[in-house]
Design a protein around this ligand. Structure first.
Ligand SMILES: *Cc1c(COP(=O)(O)O)cnc(C)c1O
Length: 415
């Protein structure tokens, strides 16, 4: 079986750990750029294509700056996310604001920045008009409801809180047009961590059919279609990575069939990926501080669920490398649970995992943690968030967020 590789070895990380105590995240700039380009290159056929990086997946401004040089925009859903995009120099249509249950203050800021505002409900049109005034361009988020072909893989969109129903989409565009809005976009996102290429072309096809119907019924020309995120990552070595070139080519086929011959052409395609852009570039480094042998063998590390929540929360799999130890078959392998120190039994990075024999002091690298990793961190149990480092293209390492201290933990109190 193929093993996952890393752009550094044990010696390199040991040296770093002298300056930056574990645990810490380290991001590889080369990998981040490569995965950002996967989007822009695959969709080069579509004039005006843009990937708006989902800031929630990793809000570190240094990473956003890198992504901006690769022509990515930012997809936000909160005031701080808008402010981060502003601070890294983004403005106007470089920012997508795809929020839900949105507070008025956030609409005001999004409008002030000139962001593309993607409305999650029909009532939000008047809410936005009341609090911020209507912009020239409005997008609506479509919830397709019962999509027979995809129901089985993602759960029923009928149960999802997002978006407008199909009937409301027509009303929304008609109302926005009456209110003087002149430019229009349509968004949908019904996947999460999806590895089947066909899923995305199927989604594109249904959205393309809808924009044609909108034009027929309401006389509104939709200028862009935003396909959202959900592009999957092969966290397990036995999974086949999503082929973005194939995804884009399959979407192009639908575009050529449905949009190109219509007078909706040229129509821009947008995406809002967080995971596929950033996951692979990030690794959580943690040191083994204890081993415990009771009914099972536990390896205790100095990171915990507060640093990476996905395994504990969703039972998500993250590949683990024991730095400096051979993973080749026939080596000295043991089956362990890798655990953190939270007083919660779900605080485990791996359960019944076969790993090379581990000793106290070993360094573990938890792979594909660059998206929805640090970002989901929390301070429960008085656990502090760790540092983030960037391995630059020139081989140098830079601290891009320091570790929290107890003073940070107390910062909102008047002790
Ligand atoms: C979470 C989210 C994304 C990004 O999802 P990924 O799984 O990281 O690709 C994009 N758009 C919206 C509206 C989201 O909520």
């Amino acid at each position: 079986m193929a093993l996952k590789t890393l752009p550094f070895d044990r010696e390199f990380i040991e040296k770093l750990a002298e300056r930056y105590p574990t645990p810490f995240y380290i991001y590889d700039e080369k990998t981040l750029r490569r995965n950002a380009r996967l989007f822009t290159e695959s969709f080069a056929w579509n004039n005006g294509f843009k990937e708006f990086f989902a800031v929630k997946a990793n809000p570190n401004p240094e990473l956003l700056k890198i992504l901006r040089t690769e022509f990515l925009g930012g997809d936000c859903s909160s005031l701080p996310e808008l402010l981060i995009c502003e601070r890294v120099g983004m403005s106007g249509e470089e920012i997508m604001f795809t929020s839900n249950n949105t507070p008025a203050t956030e609409f005001v800021k999004a409008k002030e920045l000139g962001a593309i505002i993607n409305l999650d409900d029909l009532t939000h049109l008047e809410f936005l008009e009341h609090y911020a005034g209507l912009p020239d361009l409005i997008s609506f988020r479509w919830n397709p409801g019962a999509l027979r072909e995809v129901e089985s893989v993602i759960g029923n969109p009928v149960e999802a809180k997002y978006g407008l129903t199909t009937a409301q989409i027509f009303d929304g565009f008609a109302l926005a047009k009456r209110k003087g809005v002149r430019h229009f976009g349509l968004h949908t996102m019904v996947a999460s961590n999806m590895l089947q290429e066909e899923f995305f072309s199927y989604t594109a096809k249904t959205v393309f059919e809808l924009v044609l119907e909108i034009e027929r019924r309401v006389g509104v020309r939709v200028e862009f279609v935003n396909l959202g995120g959900g592009f999957g990552v092969a966290y397990r070595t036995e999974q086949t990575p999503l082929d973005m070139k194939k995804v884009a080519a399959m979407i192009q086929e639908e575009y050529d069939k449905l949009i190109a011959p219509s007078h909706l052409a040229p129509m821009k395609i947008f995406t809002e990926s967080g995971r596929l852009v950033a996951a692979e570039s990030g690794t959580l480094i943690t040191r083994v501080i204890h081993e415990k042998n009771i009914y099972k063998r536990y390896i205790g590390v100095d990171a915990c669920m507060a640093n990476l929540m996905r395994p504990g929360m969703y039972g998500a799999y993250h590949y683990i490398t024991v730095l400096g130890k051979s993973e080749r078959e026939g080596g000295d392998i043991e089956t362990v649970d890798v655990v953190g120190s939270l007083c919660e039994n779900c605080d485990k990075f791996a359960v019944n995992r076969e790993l090379p024999k581990i000793e106290i002091g070993d360094l573990l690298a938890i792979h594909d943690a660059g998206a929805h990793g640090y970002a989901m961190g929390f301070q429960y149990n008085g656990k502090l968030r760790c540092a983030e480092l960037l391995l630059q293209e020139n081989g140098e390492v830079r601290l891009i967020r320091r570790a929290e201290t107890p003073d940070d933990y107390f910062a909102t109190l008047n002790l």
